[in-house]
Design a protein around this ligand. Structure first.
Ligand code: NAD
Length: 471
């Protein structure tokens, strides 16, 4: 029987659960189960029990299962994308819901194809030492509300691939779509290998502190990341922390404003700006400043904003009231400081209570809140600079370093600036593109540990060296 949006919702809705409303329309989408501490204990016990048999299946079989899960996601792609669009708010088109579901399938397939080889680290005539990687055991995967499906897969796929079992705790803002994804995956997995727990931050806190949890994959805010580090003092769980960012972009004087405008726009406003590694402050050489601002405003004017299920829209609402208030508060603050609001700047209430238009702000400087704090929404400060050394210093002055970008027509000049930026990833003439074989992670308060590719597999495994004498 083919999967429909209704059947997916029916699988995951609990009639007595917590109401989940669509951010774009305010209508009731469904009710998410509220799992209890007893549910959590059962889920972890099942994960512990299932792990040895899952590990024993071996790499080939586990990779085959990931591919079969990808097939299931592809077969249910449209209903899953619609459910995601309704719950998260992102439109179907553009780099949004359909794109996110496609990325889930692509990441599963790429992870299935990634091989972490044993490595002979000593061979000196007297001994041979081989470095191998074993599963960690039970992995707790805790995720945010902005890319709930894709980030869940980033955590789940490598963990399963390496022979771990996983307990997933989606964000309380977007549980239904993740529960639906897990339900599809479970059509290919034995009981206990992958379990989703739906609940608030308290459930997350109990999960990460559980003594049987050996590894935590966490994506979310820096504040929560710090709490998880503290909790790991008790169970000594290994951590991968993908935390907040405030990515800088630097436009060098030789860039072509009209040629880069579209990529700058999506670098900043992918998922309506609610993206960890989005461009969040743009430093533009004074000689190009006005042209870049005009070109960006021109692109913004052509991008339809509106409800998630309308095919024409590529920008959607802010996902929740808390984030909406952060974005609108930062823009109001900029206004009171005398900044120029080039476009946007006030809630688009005619579309619904959580819509905020693309907002370009000029005339700010380092230290102003819209520049220094993570807005995580559709507002971008554009700051003029005259000396590239100052722009590099600005990019590096904050205590975060997830991504950054350099925009230039001269590859050598761009590379030289990229080399000086403190961030996990620096893109040249682009921003935010990730690849399943390119390790991704932050520096400073943006977290530690890497996801994707061979490095990503290592981070959900424990190294083991076997040494034998020669002869
Ligand atoms: P959040 O930290 O509020 O919540 C993330 C998850 O952690 C939720 O599931 C929540 O229930 C859970 N949680 C909360 N308190 C917890 C605790 N004490 N112990 C365990 N779990 C707990 O983050 P959010 O608001 O959902 O996401 C937005 C933030 O995430 C932004 O700062 C953004 O930059 C960041 N983010 C980072 C990346 C990345 O890859 N670096 C990706 C997406 C989002």
């Amino acid at each position: 029987m083919s999967v429909t949006e209704e059947s997916l919702l029916e699988r995951v809705t609990d009639p007595k659960g917590r109401e989940i409303f669509e951010p774009a329309t305010g209508s009731l989408l469904g009710r998410a189960p509220e799992h209890t501490v007893d549910d959590l204990e059962r889920a972890v016990a099942a994960a512990v029990a299932a792990q040895p048999a899952w590990e024993a299946r071996g790499h080939e079989e586990r990779s085959a299962r990931l591919v079969r899960i990808a097939d299931r996601i592809d077969a249910a792609a449209e209903p899953l994308a619609r459910l995601l669009a309704r719950e998260q708010g992102k439109p179907l088109n553009g780099p949004n819901a359909r794109f996110e579901v496609g990325a889930c399938s692509a990441w599963l397939r790429a992870t299935a194809a990634t091989v972490l080889e044993d490595q002979v680290v000593v061979e000196d005539g007297r001994q041979v030492s081989t470095l191998t990687y074993r599963p960690v055991g039970v992995v707790a995967a805790v995720g945010p509300w902005n890319w709930p499906l894709m980030i869940a897969i980033w955590q789940i796929a490598p963990s399963l691939r390496m022979g771990n079992t996983v307990v997933v705790k989606p964000s309380e803002f977007t549980p239904l779509s993740v529960l639906a994804l897990v339900s599809l995956a479970n059509e290919e997995l034995e009981d206990g290998v992958l379990t989703a727990l739906s609940g608030d931050r308290e459930v997350g806190a109990r999960l990460v502190a559980h003594p049987a949890v050996r590894k935590i994959m966490f994506t979310g805010s820096t504040a929560t990341g710090r709490k998880i580090v503290e909790a790991s003092g008790a169970n000594l769980a290994r951590l991968t922390l993908e935390l907040g960012g405030n990515d800088a972009g630097i436009v060098l004087p030789d860039a072509d404003p009209e040629a880069i405008a579209q990529d700058l726009f999506w670098g900043a406003f992918i998922n309506t700006g609610q993206t960890c590694a989005a461009l969040k402050r743009l430093y533009v050489h004074e000689s190009l400043h006005d042209r870049v601002v005009d070109a960006l405003a021109g692109v913004a004017a052509k991008m339809p904003l509106g409800v998630s299920l309308s095919e024409e829209n590529v920008l959607g609402p802010v996902q929740n009231r808390m984030q909406f208030d952060i974005v609108s508060g930062l823009v109001e603050d900029a206004r009171t400081r005398g900044a120029t609001i080039v476009t946007g700047g006030a809630p688009a209430t005619e579309l619904g209570p959580l819509f905020y238009p693309i907002t370009l702000v000029t005339g700010l400087k380092d230290g102003d809140p819209l520049v220094d704090e993570e807005q995580f929404g559709p507002a971008l400060p554009i700051i003029s600079y005259s000396d590239v050394d100052d722009a590099v210093a600005s990019a590096n002055r904050l205590d975060v370093g997830l991504g950054a970008s350099v925009w230039s027509s001269d590859p050598a000049a761009a590379q030289a600036v990229a080399d000086r930026i403190e961030a996990g990833t620096v893109w040249i003439n682009g921003h935010g593109g990730v690849h399943p074989f390119a390790p991704f992670g932050g520096v400073k308060s943006s977290g530690y540990g890497l996801e994707f590719g061979v490095e990503g597999l290592k981070s959900v495994a424990v190294p083991k060296v076997v040494t034998r004498p020669v002869g």
